[in-house]
Design a protein around this ligand. Structure first.
Ligand code: ADP
Ligand code: MG
Ligand code: MG
Length: 252
């Protein structure tokens, strides 16, 4: 069962400090949600954990089962089992969705252990059915001309096929209608296991009606300032963030 520990993480983008000492531990079987006002550094956290070159870590540590994640190159992080579903997935022209998925799976499995084409197609088609995706999406260029909802479903498809150990989902709910939201949530719920931990970043409580978090964390100004259970998300939905700022004496 994985153990992912973020300790005192500070990170800057273009010389400006965005993450200001963030602590969070995620274990297998746990779903953690991070909520927080816009611009508070939630996406920065996701990108920093995945090793995006724009984000410079200036302090702290991140470990997965005791291994130093910050020392790992981006592809090594993926192989170690980190996965990020992005708020804004990019479009890649000239690469079909199925080619992209197969290379991602093979990169993870390593040389000499590649998945057979037949087996890959069988798995992909099965998961696409579960996500209610039309078969043509396998052959379309990655995310090109996909609607917001289709992109998000495609991120979940990637996650289902890659079977990561730590899944980070950044605003996977934004731009989804209620049916797509339900399908995406069911995809996440179906992957919940002792071998996997989740970090779900969301601006709205709505997603958490479908995915019940074990822990909810409020992020403000680059730190987690308050943690609780699912009820904390409901309270934020009802009362906003001001009461937390008042409680903690945060001025912005
Ligand atoms: P959130 O996801 O909580 O809305 P972000 O992490 O996207 O917040 O942004 C936090 C702050 O970092 C913002 O002030 C934003 O402008 C800045 N920031 C994030 N990424 C970049 C970037 N690539 N270049 C410049 N500024 C950035
Ligand atoms: Mg934002
Ligand atoms: Mg964001």
């Amino acid at each position: 069962s994985p153990k992912f520990i973020i300790d005192g993480l500070k990170a800057s983008v273009e010389g400006k400090e965005i993450l200001k000492g963030l602590n969070l531990t995620i274990q297998g079987g746990e779903i953690h949600a991070i909520m927080g006002p816009n611009g508070t550094g939630k996406s920065t956290l996701a990108s920093t954990l995945m090793g995006h070159p724009k984000y410079e870590v200036t302090a702290g540590s991140v470990t997965l089962d005791g291994e130093d994640v910050l020392e790992m190159a981006v592809d090594v992080r993926a192989r170690a089992g980190l996965f990020l579903a992005m708020q804004y997935p990019s479009e890649i022209s000239g690469v079909t969705n199925s080619d992209f998925l197969r290379s991602a799976i093979n990169a993870k499995r390593g040389e000499g252990n590649e998945i057979s084409l037949i087996k890959f197609i069988r798995q992909m088609e099965k998961k696409m059915k579960e996500l209610d995706m039309a078969a043509e999406f396998a052959h379309r260029y990655l995310n090109e001309g996909f609607s917001g909802g289709e992109k998000k479903r495609n991120e979940i498809l990637q996650m289902m096929l890659l079977e990561p150990r730590i899944c980070i989902l950044d605003e996977i709910d934004s731009g989804l209608d209620i049916d797509a939201l339900r399908i995406v949530a069911e995809g996440v719920n179906s992957l919940k296991s002792e071998d996997r931990g989740f970090l779900i970043i969301t601006h709205y409580q709505r997603l958490l009606d479908y995915i019940t978090p074990d822990f909810v964390h409020i992020m403000m100004q680059g730190r987690i300032v308050k943690s609780g259970g699912a009820e904390l998300a409901e309270q934020v939905e009802k009362d906003g963030y001001d009461w937390i700022k008042d409680e903690l004496g945060i001025v912005d």
